[in-house]
Write a new protein. Structure first.
Length: 333
């Protein structure tokens, strides 16, 4: 019952895509999701091409199933796309800009192209440029969020705009109820991020994970506060000490915020981390994790336990299938 046009298009068994989350997971998480029947994603938009080659090769060593690479169009991705195609990456996910300049090259490398849109008009333009699948990202989503329309009204509007192109619902989905709702709205699958942060394969800092698991649905805020490294880009994070300090100071503009030069953490991968930096707290982070940009969507209130990624995929799929079966039985009776 859960096999959709998205599954047929991507060669996967279940209409579940692990969101591409920068600094999270990597090959272990992507491979685990793909092996469980979904589509695992690598967020490699800010790594040098040699690292991209390495990450893709590591993923392929862990799974024979399809997986994808996400490229952020805020920056030039020509060389990274070239590296992806050299590695025969089967799915390319584009975000935060105009996909048109890269679509033909991706198709020339036999890749399927996804693009994240925040409105029906943006989705139409993406499809006109040749995009194969649209990800409709609602305002509830964690991490960087381009638009301001909630998932519930956005998804059917995008479906109506681009049918028969498959649409994937993103934002606020963390369980089988959310997946079933997305399918009822006309989507062909769900793009899920925050739930996968509870997986050991995600590789985030234990304190970050603990804060996620104890957070309520009211614990996040949509802001542009953590903008060092990516100016003026709106995102959704957990409210934390840095946000409270900035709010208490009257929400001053960048350059006038309290503690802007404070080094609050360090990472072997990234070096010193100053307050307000766009940064994901990985396992190697040392310092005050509570002050960092703790990406999370409004679905965080539905995430309360650590689970392996494969178990998450199976649980979501089984719950959604059960709901859809009960609804079908109700309709027939």
């Amino acid at each position: 019952m859960l096999r959709t046009s998205l599954c047929d298009r991507l060669g996967i068994n279940l209409p579940i895509i692990q969101a591409a989350m920068g600094g999270v997971g990597g090959p272990r998480l992507a491979a685990a999701v793909s092996n469980a029947g979904g589509l695992g994603m690598l967020a490699l938009w800010n790594v040098p091409p040699p690292v991209l080659h390495e990450q893709v090769q590591q993923t392929r060593a862990l799974t024979a199933r399809p997986f994808g690479v996400n490229l952020n169009l805020q920056w030039d991705q020509t060389e990274r796309l070239k590296a992806c195609l050299e590695e025969r990456v089967p799915v390319i996910s584009l975000f935060w800009g105009d996909p048109a300049p890269l679509v033909d090259a991706a198709h020339g490398g036999d890749a399927i192209v996804l693009h994240t849109a925040s409105s029906a008009d943006e989705a139409r333009r993406a499809v006109a440029s040749g995009v194969d699948v649209v990800v409709a990202q609602g305002w509830e989503a964690g991490g960087h969020v381009r638009g301001d329309i909630a998932t519930l009204p956005l998804v059917p509007a995008v479906v109506d705009a681009v049918t028969p192109v498959p649409v994937v619902a993103a934002g606020g989905i963390a369980d089988g109820r959310g997946l079933a709702a997305a399918l009822a709205l006309g989507a062909a699958g769900a793009w899920i991020g925050t739930r996968f942060l509870s997986a050991p394969e995600a590789g985030i800092h234990p304190r970050y994970q603990a804060l996620l698991l104890q957070a309520a649905e009211t614990a996040t805020v949509h802001t542009t506060l953590f903008d060092i490294g990516w100016p003026d880009a709106p995102h959704r994070v957990l409210r934390n000490k840095t946000y409270a300090m900035w709010e208490a100071a009257g929400r001053p503009a960048p350059g006038e915020r309290p503690g802007e030069t404070d080094v609050v953490a360090r990472s072997g991968r990234m070096g010193e981390i100053v307050r307000y930096r766009c940064y994901t707290a990985g396992a190697d982070t040392e310092g005050d994790v509570d002050t960092l940009s703790l990406w999370a969507g409004q679905s965080v209130g539905l995430v309360s336990k650590r689970q392996p990624a494969a178990e998450i995929v199976r649980e979501i799929a089984e719950e959604a299938e059960g709901i859809l079966r009960r609804l079908a039985d109700t309709t027939r009776s």
